[in-house]
Design a binder for this molecule. Structure first.
Ligand code: XMP
Length: 504
């Protein structure tokens, strides 16, 4: 175990994932975790993350000073380095000139941290404070034009610090620097593998569940699909999956989900509830109200189906590690909103919640899914909002509009699917606008479809994808040719912010 202590840095997950990419298991814990608890956890090393604070201000987050006496190797990154230096008697102050972006650093390659890394190395800096005086026992092992202590070490105590961010791609050899810390300083074995994760989870699930039954709300998203597949391997025949098809899925998506899961050793129930959902949404045009009504109806359908099954003691959920981190490290504390369609109701009384993916990052969940034999159509699935196409039809949702947007989306996906580099998310929107067109000799007055495609790493912000005009015009001509009721196709070139990814 490599412990990542979190001081509010935006890259904490990236650090933990980079560590795991070296086959070393990592967990993120709060920055204030006590030295005693850490001794109990017995990690091979600790990484202190960056963070937005100034360490010399009274209310900035601190760590237990005892952690520096545990004899466990520590790497402080950015705020983490400043914190370590500050707490060990060094001085941290505001930079005369803040450093942002990629800068040249000169590294002392005699340090184990920089083994096999060029002396001149480009690193990502992002700081307004710096360590102006190192604590006793520390020496500088890197410098930049504006920062003479760009990295430091106290090899006797196995304490290391870098002012720059080795966890991001913009730092050349950053992954290797973290690897050097893990293998050369912490003596990591690099023996963490997902296959072991599968085996351990299968054992755990069997022990917990015995011969009892488990229920899962299957959305067809990556997490719930992998969860279902893992459970069907662990406790064949004891799992029931309820897939509420609200009628807002993409082209043939519901059928694909049914095909894959009906073939597994589980009780798969598909509830075709399109009529119910459409009836609920009749006349409703406000986006938030649409989302709310869909969420409520989802719960109702799920409850009705679950009630038919009698008493099932366990509820399984596809909670993943970032969900756990977000909720402050508590598992099963809240029932995860089912693919954000809406939370499952508390009155659904389950004896226990099972969350077998709660130790994994999304990329690991995808790999696990492939190892379990799920098709890439499920493991590489794009994010898809719980309310589905209902929020990609602006205004009132009808069967006809859904059919149009579903086909347009399918055409777009087919064409983009042919590209080598695909945007992270892309889809079609039924705008609700009408425009004049001409087909043959006839004047038409038909629907306008918008195309949306974005590049993003976190979906919190995104840039519109600069798809080539050739690709765009191929999609537009196919849509207008193959869907008679569409007269015009437009491309959304707004980034987020100010726009959101979805239109509603
Ligand atoms: P926005 O539109 O907020 O979307 O910029 C950011 C990302 O979240 C997805 N999204 C949702 N995902 N339930 C989900 O599970 C939802 O209700 C929902 N709304 C938006 C969106 O597709 C994008 O990837």
């Amino acid at each position: 175990l490599l412990l990542v202590l979190d001081f509010g840095g935006q890259y904490k997950e990236l650090i933990a994932r980079t560590v795991r990419s070296h086959s070393v298991y990592s967990e993120i814990w709060p920055g204030h975790t006590s030295a005693e608890k850490i001794r109990e956890l017995n990690p091979i090393g600790i990484i202190l993350t960056g963070g937005p604070h100034s360490v010399y201000l009274p209310d900035s987050p601190k760590c237990d000073p005892g952690i520096f006496k545990l004899g466990i190797p520590i790497l402080g990154i950015c705020y983490g380095m400043q914190l370590m230096c500050h707490m060990l008697g060094g001085t941290v102050e505001a930079c005369e000139k803040s450093e942002y972006g990629r800068v040249k650093a000169r590294l002392k390659t005699c340090s184990p941290l920089f083994r096999d890394i060029p002396e001149q190395n480009t690193v990502l800096m992002s700081h307004t404070d710096l360590v102006s005086k190192l604590p006793d026992g520390f020496v500088a092992i890197a410098e930049t034009d504006h920062c003479s202590h760009a990295a430091c070490e106290n090899p006797a105590q196995k304490l290391y610090g870098v002012q720059f961010h080795p966890e991001v791609e913009h730092t050349d050899n950053g992954r290797r620097i973290i690897g050097n810390f893990l293998f050369d300083v912490c003596g990591a074995k690099g023996d963490y593998h997902l296959d072991d994760y599968i085996e351990t989870q299968i054992q755990k699930i069997r022990e917990k569940v015995g011969d009892q039954k488990v229920l899962l709300a299957l959305s067809g998203g990556v997490d719930s699909s992998v969860c279902a597949s893992l459970l069907s391997k662990a406790i064949p025949g004891q799992l029931t999956c309820i897939f509420v098809d609200h009628g807002f899925m993409r082209y043939k998506e519901g059928d694909e989900i049914e095909r894959v899961f009906s073939a597994m050793d589980l009780n798969f129930i598909r509830v075709n509830a399109e009529d119910r959902f459409l009836a609920k949404l009749k006349g409703v045009t406000a986006p938030e109200q649409k989302r709310k009504l869909i969420g409520e109806e989802f719960i109702r359908v799920f409850e009705e189906e679950a009630a038919k099954l009698g008493d099932i003691p366990f509820l399984a959920q596809g909670t993943i590690y970032p969900d756990v981190i977000e909720s402050g490290g508590k598992l099963g504390a809240t029932i995860k909103s089912h693919h954000n369609v809406g939370g499952l109701p508390e009155k659904l009384a389950f004896k226990e919640i099972i969350e077998p993916l709660s130790g994994l990052f999304k990329d690991e969940v995808r790999v696990l899914g492939r190892k379990l034999g799920l098709p890439t159509s499920l493991t590489e699935r794009q994010p898809f909002p719980g309310p589905g196409l209902a929020i990609r039809v602006l205004g009132e949702v009808t069967r006809e509009k859904l059919e149009i947007v579903r086909l347009a989306d399918h055409i777009m996906c087919e064409e983009i699917g042919k590209l080598r580099r695909k945007p992270e998310q892309y889809f079609a929107v039924y705008t609700g606008a009408y425009s004049v067109g001409v087909k043959g000799d006839d004047r038409t007055y038909d629907s306008v479809i918008a195309l949306r495609a974005v590049h993003t790493s976190d979906f919190m912000t995104c840039e519109y994808a600069p798809l080539s005009h050739k690709v765009l015009s191929r999609i537009a001509s196919r849509i207008t040719r193959e869907i008679p009721s569409v007269s015009r196709v437009v491309y959304d070139i707004t980034s987020k912010p100010p726009a959101t990814v979805e239109w509603e």
